[in-house]
Structures are given as structure tokens and as C-alpha cells.
Ligand binder design. Structure first.
Ligand SMILES: Cc1cc2nc3c(=O)[nH]c(=O)nc-3n(C[C@H](O)[C@H](O)[C@H](O)COP(=O)(O)O)c2cc1C
Length: 335
């Protein structure tokens, strides 16, 4: 049975395959989401988190984050904030955008966010969390609402099962758990047994997240935890084909690694999209090009050579030439 996000009154959204792109601030912008869509295998893509404060005060930076294309669907917009009224206005804005899903961030461990009692800070105050969820659900008559959270603030305060039950009671369509505590940030390992515990605690779909590194980890997480879907974040940066590869495994097919040609074409496609997305702002464009080339060349023979070379290149055109030349050499060597 396909994974379905639905609640009374909302449009049901099929997440098929049951694989979700994790929201990542500064990474999962429209360009990145489009690339993953074109590669295939991802059932739902998520926007980086959008501040309800910025959204309700007309901040232009926040508005820029909200750009998206039809081709990205199904698409989820994630909002965060500590005030139920402002969060409801932000949720109403998501409803008006007519995207497929609205997600609330209750997992961000960054101090700036925690101190404002947003993100994982809400796990310190489940009463406030409940108020925010109820207000957002009301503001989203047709769009399914999901909530993403951590295991708790620290090991002494693990309250993910309680928060899961609150979500279920307030008409949330699905929950996603990254089972580290806020205190852990990204250290240690994600304890998947907590995903299994959440699955026992609620009847709504549970999306497991945390430390999926290879395609094989996806069926393993589903088997070990009983989760209904898997959310992948960091691994998609080094291997954007991971969704397609995992989808192959879920369908009972072997998967294959991306070829050199596919890697080259992906980098060039991404590079073609970035200047448009960044409004041709040279500094931002160059920064993004360097970041993504760094990731995409992991595992490519002599990838370090290209990574070093691009540090000193002056323009996107020079960048493109360097990438083409690098791959032409690798392909000739492989022939
Ligand atoms: C650079 C970066 C930015 C992130 N931004 C967000 C965010 O905006 N909202 C959110 O809920 N989680 C955010 N996360 C957490 C991820 O969504 C995910 O829960 C976490 O990385 C664990 O999954 P992974 O092991 O597959 O990466 C971010 C993570 C990273 C590495």
C-alpha cells in the first residue's frame, strides 16, 4: 500500500516511493529539489525551513526562499516559530500556496532557534507545541499537516512518544522522527529503536530519519523499525542518486552507481540552474558552485584535483570549462 498523507478534509497526498527529502537550510532550495526530481526516486521533497516571523512580516529574504516550481511536486513547505498566532498565519500562507504538504519544525537544535523556543525548543513545552499544532491545523483546511521532531531535549527528557500522540490527536497526517536529542546536535548515532517505539505509540504514518548513508540503509530502517517511510538528508548531497537507488531496492531490483557521464551531466545541469536561482549574484553563485562541486566529486577518481582547481576560478564560465575538461579526461582514461 502506498504511503498516504491524509486527514479528514485534506487532499490526500501519496508519497510514492515512500522516500522523503529532509529539509536542509541553505541546501534544499528550488534548484536542489528540481535536480532530485529529475534524477527520480524521491516521493516528497521539502523546502528548507521558513521562519513564521519572516513570513508574517514580509521579509524579502524569507519570501525568496518560498520560490518553487510545479515540477517539484509533491512538495512540502516547512515552517517554524514559537507563537501559535504567527504560525497560524504562516500556515494559512502555505495553504494559499497550494503546495502538497505543510510541515512544522520541532526538531531544530540550533541555539538561536531553541532560545526563541521554536524548533526543538518546543519539546520543552508540549502544551505550547499542542497549541501551535492545533492553530496550524485549523489554518490548513485542505493541506495535510506533518510535524518533524527529535527524541527530546536530552536523554533525561525523551518525550517523542508523547509529542507523537499529541500530533495524532490534533489531526496531523504524519510525523517524522530524527531520533537524536537536541543536546546531541549531530554527534553520536541516531538510535533507530526510538523510531520503532514511536511507530508503536501512534497509528498515523511515521517517517524515520537519521544516518541513512547508503541505499541499503533504507530497507534496513523499514525492516528494523516498521516505519512507513524514510527521510534522507545529508547522504543526498554526496549521492543525489540515493533516492533512485533506494527505490530500486524497495521494488526488489538491484541498483547501479551513477556513471561518470551522469555525474558530469548533473553538475552541468545544476550549474546551469544556479545563476538563475541566485539572481546572477556573482558571489553567491560562486559559493554554491564550489560547495556542490565538492560534494558531487566525492568518489570520482582524482576528484580532489578538480576541487583544488575550482578554488581559484573567477567565473561560472571558467567553472563550467574546468568541469567539462576534468570529466573529458576521466572518460578518456576510463575508455
Ligand atoms: C545543513 C543542514 C540543514 C538542516 N536544516 C534543517 C531544517 O531546515 N529543518 C529541519 O527540520 N531539519 C534540518 N536539518 C536536519 C535534517 O532534516 C535531518 O533531520 C538530519 O540531517 C538527519 O538526517 P540525515 O542523517 O539523513 O542527514 C538540517 C540538517 C543539515 C545537515
Amino acid at each position: 500500500m502506498p504511503l498516504l498523507y491524509s486527514s479528514p478534509g485534506t487532499r490526500p497526498v501519496a508519497v510514492d516511493p515512500p522516500l522523503v527529502l529532509a529539509p536542509m537550510a541553505g541546501i534544499t532550495d528550488s534548484t536542489y529539489r528540481l535536480l532530485l526530481r529529475r534524477i527520480g526516486g524521491v516521493g516528497l521533497v521539502t523546502m528548507e525551513f521558513v521562519s513564521s516571523e519572516g513570513l508574517t512580516r514580509g521579509n524579502w529574504r524569507t519570501e525568496r526562499l518560498l520560490r518553487w516550481e510545479e515540477e517539484e511536486r509533491p512538495l512540502s513547505i516547512q515552517i517554524y516559530g514559537a507563537d501559535a498566532e504567527r504560525m497560524a498565519i504562516a500556515a494559512a500562507r502555505v495553504e494559499a500556496e497550494q503546495v502538497d504538504v505543510c510541515d512544522i519544525n520541532m526538531g531544530c537544535p540550533a541555539n538561536k532557534v531553541l532560545k526563541g523556543c521554536a524548533g526543538a525548543g518546543l519539546m520543552r513545552d508540549l502544551g505550547r507545541a499542542r497549541g501551535i499544532i492545533a492553530a496550524c491545523r485549523k489554518a490548513l483546511p485542505t493541506t495535510p499537516l506533518t510535524v518533524k521532531f527529535r527524541a527530546g531535549i536530552d536523554e533525561e527528557r525523551l518525550n517523542f512518544e508523547e509529542l507523537g500522540r499529541i500530533c495524532e490527536g490534533e489531526g496531523v497526517s504524519a510525523v517524522a522522527l530524527h531520533p537524536r536529542t537536541a543536546k546531541q546536535m549531530y554527534t553520536g548515532r541516531a538510535d533507530w529503536s526510538r523510531i520503532a517505539r514511536l511507530k508503536e505509540a501512534v497509528r498515523i504514518p511515521v517517517i524515520g530519519n537519521g544516518d541513512v548513508e547508503a541505499p541499503e540503509d533504507v530497507p534496513r530502517m523499514m525492516r528494523e523499525t516498521g516505519c512507513d517511510g524514510v527521510m534522507i538528508g545529508r547522504a543526498s548531497m554526496k549521492n543525489p542518486w540515493i533516492f533512485r537507488q533506494a527505490a530500486d531496492l524497495l521494488a526488489g531490483r538491484p541498483y547501479r552507481e551513477a556513471t561518470l557521464e551522469e555525474r558530469r551531466d548533473l553538475i552541468l545541469l545544476h550549474f546551469g540552474l544556479i545563476p538563475v536561482a541566485e539572481g546572477d549574484q556573482p558571489k553567491q553563485v560562486m559559493n554554491k558552485l564550489r560547495t556542490f562541486t565538492g560534494w558531487y566529486t566525492h568518489g570520482v577518481p582524482n576528484g580532489g584535483e578538480l576541487r583544488r582547481r575550482i578554488q581559484s576560478l573567477p567565473s561560472p564560465e571558467a567553472f563550467r570549462e574546468a568541469v567539462e575538461e576534468f570529466f573529458a579526461r576521466r572518460l578518456a582514461e576510463a575508455a
